[in-house]
Design a binder for this molecule. Structure first.
Ligand code: MN
Length: 172
């Protein structure tokens, strides 16, 4: 079992995020408003981020961590881009997870239930402590923003991969 944003990965993504912020100091994208409020990221639609850890996904997936949790905001926000056929492992969240689908077609499935099709514009709340996966349709890329809440320092428990058989059956 692995925990999303476990310490090593957290450090890596923190570094990447901080790096992105720092590299913006000479970019016209970075704006500092009169109030001193700093715009962290101003891409029209978020850039593709970095290849996501293969321990969490099957197939090519990119992850752009948009926001890390803070002392008062106990959630991360990640933009997740799946290539066709790519999907998460089976996993659970200790608190509800919100998915905002921003591109393409994909699926969400809870263990022992039919898969649900997801498409651009869908907003979806995944219950706490329910084993599930989400990912792209075989013939379409799929992008969602995931708002993933923390409880006691953890926001996900990774389980087993969604096998080719399980994935194929979900599409029927
Ligand atoms: Mn999930």
């Amino acid at each position: 079992m692995k925990t999303f944003l476990q310490p090593v990965a957290f450090l890596v993504f923190s570094t990447l995020t901080l790096g992105a912020v720092c590299s913006c100091t000479t970019s016209p994208n970075q704006q500092e408003k009169a109030s001193g409020f700093e715009v962290i990221q101003t891409n029209d639609i978020f850039d593709k981020g970095q290849p996501a850890p293969s321990e969490w996904f099957t197939g090519p997936v990119n992850l752009n961590v948009l926001m890390q949790p803070t002392e008062t905001m106990q959630y991360s926000i990640g933009d997740v881009k799946f290539e066709p056929g790519s999907r998460t492992l089976w996993h659970t969240h200790p608190v509800e997870q919100v998915l905002l689908v921003t591109d393409g077609n994909g699926y969400y499935q809870e263990r022992d239930k039919p898969a649900v099709k997801l498409t651009k514009g869908d907003v979806f709340v995944i219950p706490a402590d329910v084993e599930h996966w989400h990912g792209a349709a075989p013939d379409s890329p799929f992008t969602h923003i995931a708002i993933t809440n923390y409880k006691e320092g953890s926001n996900v428990t990774w389980l087993s991969p969604v096998t080719e058989d399980e994935y194929g059956m979900a599409l029927n």
